[in-house]
Design a protein around this ligand. Structure first.
Ligand code: SF4
Ligand code: FES
Length: 360
């Protein structure tokens, strides 16, 4: 086994089922089907193994984790294992009874996604009539239950005009934190890139609005801001570096360094049905493939920023270049940097939008 440091957090994709069908979803095009989902005891074992491995945080995600009927026992198992638990939810099925049970089980934090500040537009984007009103009601229940709340707003070409309204929505909901995240182009979002990618003027306006809100809100509400790679000159250190900070387990038990890693060819990711989380994290060829800097080609090899961004994002590099070792084209030093300008030129208000399919 290699000497590697412990992951900080486990992202547990409990299911790919979801009542919504957002076009920006980063779930893979090949969704995990219900019959392949891990059962309660398997997840509980994964949580124990994550804690033993050194994980401190557990993000319960999906799809929609509330569609797991065993969510309360799963939270209990995670709490028993000593993990800090964060529920990442669309919240359209969250009612007072469920939030009370989750709180009783020891849930630490809730993150609710919203699609727009105005109900009609939000419901159209989510493909779920009446969903926005339900989300606001669920956010109120979370606060009434005394749980910390984050509002997550994924922003893109079609809802950026609503950004001031989204900030106001998070304030009114009493959120401690607002995450304004420009779409990251994986899975369904990549398929919808032309319809979702904002132009430079839109991005700059959004950045100004976020900075003004930060200055106005001071310590009252923290705003995290995730910028889009397609306007960048340096890549993000995706997931804090491959196999460095995060470990993802998908609904079928595959252990991944990021949610999109199954899109990469030639990598054999382990499954918790056959191996322990520790073996997957430390010993698997797939996790070791892009650890550190030894795998890097030029221009990353020898670059002063190699240990700052770890060569960017492997999944984005492959999606945009067809080479899994390539420098992320978000870097201006990449010989493929021009593909981002091509993508920006291809975006427009008239581009068709395909809503996410449903897992069965
Ligand atoms: Fe990062 Fe590679 Fe670009 Fe250097 S060349 S900034 S390591 S992506
Ligand atoms: Fe897979 Fe970035 S999403 S490495």
């Amino acid at each position: 086994m290699n000497a590697v440091s412990a992951p900080l957090a486990l992202l547990a994709e409990l299911t790919h089922r979801c009542p919504l069908s957002c076009a920006y979803c980063s779930n893979p095009l090949q969704l995990a089907q219900v019959a392949s989902e891990l059962d309660t005891e398997s997840w509980a074992r994964v949580f124990r193994e994550a804690a033993e491995l050194g994980c401190l945080q557990l993000h319960l995600s999906g799809g929609e984790p509330l569609l797991r009927r065993d969510l309360v026992p799963l939270v209990e198992a995670a709490v028993e294992a000593g993990l800090y638990t964060n529920l990442i939810t669309a919240a359209v099925t969250l009612d007072a009874k469920r939030i009370a049970a989750l709180r009783e089980a020891g849930l630490d934090h809730v993150q609710i996604s919203v699609q727009d500040a105005e109900a009609g537009r939000a419901d159209a984007q989510a493909g779920f009539p009446g969903g926005h009103v339900r989300k606001l009601a669920a956010a109120a229940l979370v606060r009434e239950a005394g749980l910390p709340l984050t509002i997550n707003a994924v922003v893109h070409r079609r809802n950026l005009p609503s950004l001031p309204g989204l900030i106001a929505l998070a304030e009114a909901a009493g959120a401690e934190r607002l995450e304004v995240a420009h779409v990251q182009y994986y899975g369904w979002a990549l398929a919808n890139r032309d319809a979702l990618l904002p132009d430079r003027a839109m991005l700059d306006r959004a950045t100004e609005q976020v900075e003004a809100a930060r200055a106005r809100l001071g310590g009252r509400m923290v705003i995290d801001y995730v910028v889009p790679d397609y306007h960048a000159t340096r890549p993000k250190p995706c997931m804090g570096g491959w196999g460095r900070r995060f470990i993802v387990v998908n609904p079928a038990g595959r252990v991944l360094p990021c949610h999109a890693a199954e899109s990469l060819p030639g990598l054999d990711f382990p499954n918790v049905r056959e191996t322990s989380l520790a073996e997957a994290w430390m010993g698997s060829d797939a996790f070791n493939r892009f650890r550190g800097t030894g795998w890097m080609p030029a221009p990353c090899r020898g670059c002063a920023l190699a240990e700052a961004d770890w060569g960017g994002c492997r999944c984005q590099a492959y999606a945009l270049t067809g080479e899994i070792d390539a420098t992320d084209p978000a870097c201006s030093l990449s010989p493929h940097h021009g593909v981002l300008a091509d993508a920006r030129a291809g975006a427009g208000d008239d581009a068709p939008l395909v809503h996410r399919a449903q897992a069965r």
